[in-house]
Design a protein around this ligand. Structure first.
Ligand SMILES: *Cc1c(COP(=O)(O)O)cnc(C)c1O
Length: 297
């Protein structure tokens, strides 16, 4: 088991950076480097392995044999957890938000041995409540419960490592935000000279600031709430068109839920001069491309 973990760990050392040359960014004093977590591994997507690694370590320490977590039907988190489970010999259980459905993401999860349980949205709202977790734990005593999106101290700690493979000073680090776990790790691992900007993929997620503040008392960060394009998972024509343009111009595919909105937001913030003295920007491509298969159905 430890060998598999060090194998999984070794992916991280191969992080690539792509400097972006964009015609719609005609401002020569600003550069954007894209950190390609999407290239880290053909299956394990982007930030999700970083969030999982210490959860896995804890599960091993506690002698558990099953990983259980929560997510939507296209969840990158559950997809990564199912694959990790298969690689490391853990059984996996995925609690899926909403009615029973079938899609390519869930099919992968099942192929990797994950047991799926669908939970109506009315109950899913309370998924992290003690009583329900207790019930799940009692029914599956060997089960290690990971919160939705890998959002806890272990998740943040894993994400602190994202920038440890990067050389160079950046004026800004920009990432997409779901739970804020990745962003909290980035904040912890930057100095006060670097501003960490998070672009929220959720509409009106005003508790995000509070969530991040539990993990860090640093002040060099802010969340932008203006680029959710209608809400989490919503992909109106305008964002799909942007994804296509970006791919045509750079050859890089963005995902429809997070990184497309992050990149659109970043370019718009630069154009409208809303970033404070931007110079050298590191944008995080946090992966998630498996979810783009939802665009084909
Ligand atoms: C999960 C995910 C995020 C959000 O990460 P959080 O740590 O939950 O904020 C960003 N980008 C992609 C591609 C993701 O899959």
């Amino acid at each position: 088991m430890n060998e598999t973990i060090s194998l999984l760990h070794s992916f991280q050392k191969k992080l690539e950076i792509t400097p972006l040359k964009l015609s719609y960014l005609n401002n020569e004093s600003v550069s954007i480097d894209l950190l390609r977590l999407d290239l880290m591994h053909p299956t394990l997507s982007g930030n999700k392995w970083f969030k999982l690694q210490y959860q896995l370590q804890q599960a091993i320490q506690q002698g558990k044999d099953t990983l259980l977590s929560f997510g939507g039907a296209y969840s990158n988190h559950l997809h990564a957890m199912a694959f990790t489970g298969k690689q490391t010999g853990f059984k996996t259980i995925g609690i899926i938000r909403g009615e029973q459905v079938q899609n390519a993401t869930l099919q992968d999860c099942v192929n990797w041995g994950m047991e799926l349980k669908f939970m109506p949205r009315s109950a899913y709202k309370f998924k992290h409540e003690i009583a329900l977790l207790h019930e799940i734990q009692e029914a599956n005593p060997q089960c290690f419960i990971i919160p939705e999106g890998g959002s806890n101290e272990e998740g943040v700690k894993g994400c602190e490592e994202i920038l440890s493979y990067i050389k160079g000073e950046y004026s800004h680090v920009v990432c997409a935000v779901g739970t804020g776990t990745t962003m909290a790790g980035l904040i912890r691992s930057t100095t006060a000279d670097t501003q960490v900007i998070g672009v929220s993929a959720l509409k009106n997620a005003l508790d995000l600031d509070e969530n991040i503040s539990q993990y860090t008392s640093k002040q060099n960060w802010s969340i932008i709430h203006d680029y959710h394009f209608g809400g989490f998972g919503k992909a109106p024509k305008s964002i799909i068109a942007f994804m296509k343009d970006f791919k045509q111009e750079t050859g890089i595919e963005l995902d429809r839920v997070y990184t497309s909105k992050m990149m659109f937001g970043l370019l718009d913030l630069i154009k409208s001069e809303k970033l404070q003295s931007p110079k050298k920007i590191l944008a995080i491509h946090s992966g998630g491309l498996q979810g783009n298969r939802s665009l084909l159905v």
